[in-house]
Design a protein around this ligand. Structure first.
Ligand code: C2E
Ligand code: MG
Ligand code: MG
Ligand code: MG
Length: 275
């Protein structure tokens, strides 16, 4: 029996797997409800300009305020949304919400686009439509895309980037250094900024990580791009990045993601005179 079952490709009933499936289904139903009933909201994390010591922009990060489970972080629902296609609705919700909230603050802002959406021509069309409806916000909008997203179907990716850029959005390569992009490819990409992954910042103090950071900052500048370091958690990391010529920084030490889109952040670091 056993051998035949395995050969035939069917499996015995597995209670643990069943529980897992049920849990996913209930998360999925909850997520559908969350989108319909306004349980999703944006937190914003400040980005510090290291050259002027001023607030430069803020990144919108989605949160799910579940009436029973409380605040749920994106790591617990974005992957599932990506697998099930709900991510299109989710990212469009975030885009529209951020564009709307931008009417009450004069700052630049960024948001994250899932790789899956980025390759869907329908999504790009809908996103372009939203940008056209919000002319005031779109010139201050940055879209964060991971390098892995751009590696698949490169020609199409470049075309989509151009379309969004032509409408006023600027593009940041998120988690830079973690994906598989080749340096030869980078020169063809219409991007405006590199966001160094927090793993490298965590390695400040280690000679190898510092060598990588120095190289990527030089690479970015050589290509005419701004370089932002993510995940700054200590004053020492901040000082190192500043002296290494990094342009921008973001992290818990500088400011936590918070519900306010109005720019009322609690900064850890002293800001310059302009702010
Ligand atoms: P990401 O875009 O790379 O965002 C940075 C993540 O690092 C955020 O986690 C942020 O809260 C966290 N972070 C900020 N400063 C620090 C720090 O100093 N130390 C450490 N250890 N972490 C820090 P969050 O908000 O949980 O988001 C996780 C990921 O979920 C994001 O990574 C992004 O890939 C994705 N995500 C967030 N919002 C959206 C969205 O609206 N749409 C899509 N498709 N993905 C989203
Ligand atoms: Mg991001
Ligand atoms: Mg990142
Ligand atoms: Mg990330």
């Amino acid at each position: 029996y056993q051998a035949k079952a395995e050969g035939g490709g069917f499996r015995f009933y597995n209670p643990a797997q069943n529980r897992y499936t049920r849990q996913r289904l209930s998360t999925l139903q909850g997520l559908r409800r969350a989108l319909g009933q306004g349980e999703l909201l944006l937190h914003y994390q400040p980005v510090l300009d290291l050259r002027t010591q001023t607030l430069r922009r803020m990144e919108a990060l989605v949160r799910w305020q579940d009436p029973e489970r409380g605040m749920i972080p994106p790591s617990e629902f974005v992957p599932l949304a990506e697998e099930t296609g709900i991510i299109q609705e989710l990212d469009l919700f975030v885009l529209e919400q951020a564009l709307r909230e931008a009417q009450s603050h004069g700052l630049e802002f960024s948001l994250n686009l899932s790789a899956r959406n980025f390759h869907d021509p329908h999504f790009v069309e809908l996103a372009a439509h939203l940008l056209q409806q919000h002319p005031l916000g779109r010139g201050r909008l940055w879209l964060e895309i991971t390098e892995t997203a751009l590696m698949l179907e490169r020609e199409k990716a470049i075309h989509n980037l151009q379309a969004l850029r032509n409408l006023g959005a600027r593009i940041a390569l998120d988690d830079f250094g973690m994906g598989y992009s080749s340096l030869a490819y980078l020169k063809h990409l219409p991007v405006d900024m590199l966001k160094l992954d927090k793993q490298f910042v965590a390695g400040i103090g280690n000679a190898r990580d510092e060598a990588i950071l120095h190289s990527v900052i030089a690479l970015g500048h050589g290509l005419g791009l701004e370089v932002l370091a993510e995940g700054v958690e200590t004053p020492r990391q901040l000082a190192w990045l500043q002296s290494a010529g990094c342009d921008l920084a973001q992290g818990y030490y500088i400011g936590m993601p918070s519900p306010s889109g109005s720019g009322g952040f609690a900064f850890q670091v002293p800001l310059g005179p302009e702010s």
